[in-house]
Ligand binder design. Structure first.
Ligand code: BT5
Length: 325
């Protein structure tokens, strides 16, 4: 599942051959294994959804690839150095964030991505549930190892939000807006949520997991009644299917570029852009914190990603985490 193995190499050869057949014999010679061993790999690929024709005396030909978040499909044309190079792909997972947090304890490289077709226990902040149906969204987590202190981790959520915003525009043509602190909205409804989790010592982060959930091709009926007023998908808004794998690769590329800029140039350029695309600022808001809530005008977002609200009394409140409505 990680670095390209024999199975993925066979697949890549079939892709490169296009209309031509590759014989079992040629493949067995190339890899120094029996033809039966090659057939095992072909069979495994077919089980994943690759349509492979077998013709006596000619060999194998790839007819079509599945639209699934599979390692070979993600790596094909991926323009990154390290993000998404190590991949853990699941047909079904509890929560990709949970898996990524566990993996990060071991010897995984920075940029490792965990992705699932479907999550059965997708989570939002504060233990909330994140709807993650099969095949129609992108549910994935990226492991980063930034050399920053824990109070700076929210900045990377902002960097990721902008990366997703740009990718959505490139791939679907839709203009999303950023809702403080971790949502992307299209036409006022949520299409993406980001859940950042860290393991940290007092001064420096051990690792940070960026969990990103995007409703790509979910139809209105697929959303439970309770979410229909607040949630939407890119396909619903664009009125056409959106290429899920292309969007994923664009996001991974943008996050890598953004992360590199963040490390060299700091957070300022991101904060400026984030504010430009914010749908929270200059609006009357209700902010629910953990224990208290406030109403007022969303004035600004500061260097630490805190939302500054001017209450009706004139007093300014600095809110580090909460929900805005
Ligand atoms: C978030 O939390 O928005 C963060 C969501 C992060 C999900 C990703 S998927 C990959 C990775 N693995 C995980 O397990 N999680 C991450 P929050 O701001 O707390 O919003 C949660 C609220 O959004 C819920 O209480 C619902 O009201 C609403 N919601 C749930 N599923 C949704 C969906 N698919 N689209 C829009 N809204 C949704």
């Amino acid at each position: 599942m990680n670095k390209p193995d024999k199975e993925e190499q066979i697949l890549n050869l079939l892709k490169a051959a296009r209309e031509d057949y590759i014989s079992g014999e040629a493949l067995s010679k190339k890899f120094g294994v029996t033809r039966a061993s090659i057939w095992k790999n072909i069979h495994a690929l077919m089980k994943q959804g690759y349509d492979i024709e077998r013709r006596p005396n000619s060999g194998y030909k790839l007819l079509s690839s599945p639209d699934k978040v599979l390692p070979a499909e993600i790596r094909e044309g991926l323009e990154t150095e390290y993000i998404g190079r190590e991949l853990y792909c699941f047909n079904e997972a509890g929560s990709t964030n949970e898996i990524a947090m566990k993996l990060a304890e071991g010897a995984v490289s920075e940029g490792t991505v965990v992705i699932a077709e479907k999550q059965t226990a997708g989570k939002g902040r504060l233990g909330r549930k994140w709807l993650s149906p099969a095949g129609a969204g992108l549910w994935f987590s990226i492991i980063l190892k930034p050399k920053i202190s824990p109070q700076h981790s929210a900045k990377l959520t902002f960097v990721a939000g902008l990366a997703v915003l740009d990718a959505i525009r490139t791939v679907s043509g839709l203009q999303a807006g950023l809702k403080w602190p971790n949502d992307l909205l299209v036409n006022g409804k949520k299409v993406c949520g980001i859940l950042t989790e860290i393991k940290s010592g007092p001064d420096i982060i051990n690792y940070q997991v960026l969990g990103i959930g995007i409703n790509v091709n979910i139809s209105e009926e697929e959303f439970p009644e309770a979410l229909r007023a607040t949630a939407t998908s890119l396909a619903q808004e664009a009125k056409k299917e959106v290429a899920r794998l292309r969007l994923l690769k664009e996001i991974l590329k943008n996050i890598e570029t953004g992360y590199e800029v963040f490390k060299k140039a700091g957070f300022k350029p991101f904060l400026i852009r984030w504010k430009e695309h914010s749908v929270t600022l200059n609006r009357k808001v209700k902010v629910a914190g953990l224990r208290e809530s406030w109403e007022g005008l969303a004035l600004d977002i500061d260097e630490d990603c805190a939302l500054i609200v001017r209450l009706d009394s004139g007093e300014k409140k600095r809110v580090l985490s909460g929900d805005v409505s």
